[in-house]
Write a protein that binds this ligand. Structure first.
Ligand code: PXG
Length: 288
């Protein structure tokens, strides 16, 4: 396996960065998780755009432009002969000293890891996930805006640990004022009376690439979409529920906090959207 590291493709065992990298010392950096399907990189521009938005928000100037990063991703995929891949693109503040001061970091570290995609177990799609609402609240926007896909994922990891302890597959995180925000690595949707509902970005959630693809897919299929505030009680009363993310695609949720959602199995609208989404991944992407 070859890793793209600061402009070069190096062997996995040689892909090393210093312990003084602020990505490691402070979680000071940004990243993207991208996927390719049969030689097509899905929504590459959307991911790169989001990376630059995240970087700008933390005052990090990426020393490569979008075209150069896209070329680097393609080069890495080709070098590893990957057609169906998971791509992790990371940009850190770079090597600095032991203080927080980002000015001490002279050059951002850029790396790209590509690997075979580890698919979610088929039973998740057949039977749906059992998830919980975590006690850990999502970061508040005024502290660390969840729209920044930063290397600082402790907030999400704490909620993930709650899920693991509860023997659940995922955690829903609420905003500080108690509205449904998102899961630890996925956005959330419910279906009520045939309409799709998802929390607005304002609640403090990541602007998921899959989220937007699903919203557009639903509109095309004449399914109403409402971005509005969701309370836990609305979740329990939903007809259907699903999560969206690059790794998950669209995965049904059949139980929340031990309560069955809808019929207790994956819902019809969810499955219809999943079929549509998988069709999209076969045709919509950057070919390499
Ligand atoms: N919310 C959060 C907090 C995320 O980290 C999403 C929503 C979904 O966004 P996208 O753009 O992927 O639709 C994410 C993304 C993994 C993995 O390995 C997680 C993500 C992306 C790719 C892989 O668990 N999370």
């Amino acid at each position: 396996m070859k890793i793209f590291l600061n402009g070069e493709l190096v062997k996995r065992e040689d892909a090393k960065i210093t312990v003084f990298d602020h990505g490691l010392l402070y979680g000071d950096g940004v990243f993207e998780g991208i996927r390719s399907y049969g030689g097509l990189i899905f929504k590459l521009k959307e991911h790169l755009d989001r990376l630059f938005v995240s970087a700008k928000a933390i005052g990090l100037v990426i020393p490569m432009n979008e075209k150069e990063l896209a070329d680097a991703i393609i080069k890495t995929l080709k070098e590893n002969s990957l057609r169906d891949a998971y791509i992790r693109l990371v940009v850190t503040r770079g090597a600095g000293d032991l203080g927080l001061d980002p000015r001490k970091c002279k050059r951002p570290t850029i790396f790209i890891i590509s690997d075979k995609i580890a698919l979610y177990p088929e039973e998740y799609y057949k039977n749906g996930l059992e998830i919980i609402i975590a006690n850990t609240r999502r970061n508040i926007k005024d502290a660390l805006n969840p729209q920044i896909k930063s290397l600082n994922y402790l907030n999400n990891i704490l909620a993930k640990i709650e899920a693991i302890k509860a023997d659940a597959e995922e955690s829903i995180m609420l905003s500080s004022d108690g509205y449904v925000a998102e899961c630890t690595g996925d956005n959330i949707f419910i279906i009520k009376d045939g309409a799709l509902i998802t929390p607005p970005l304002d609640v403090g959630v990541l602007k998921g690439v899959t989220r937007l693809a699903v919203i557009n897919l639903a509109k095309k299929e004449k399914i109403a979409v409402n971005e509005k505030m969701i309370k836990p009680v609305d979740l329990y009363a939903a007809d259907e529920c699903f999560l969206t993310g690059t790794a998950a695609e669209i995965v049904p949720v059949t139980k929340i906090d031990g309560k069955s959602i809808g019929s207790g199995g994956p819902g019809g609208v969810t499955l219809r959207l999943l079929t549509g989404f998988r069709e999209l991944t076969k045709v919509d992407g950057v070919r390499y």
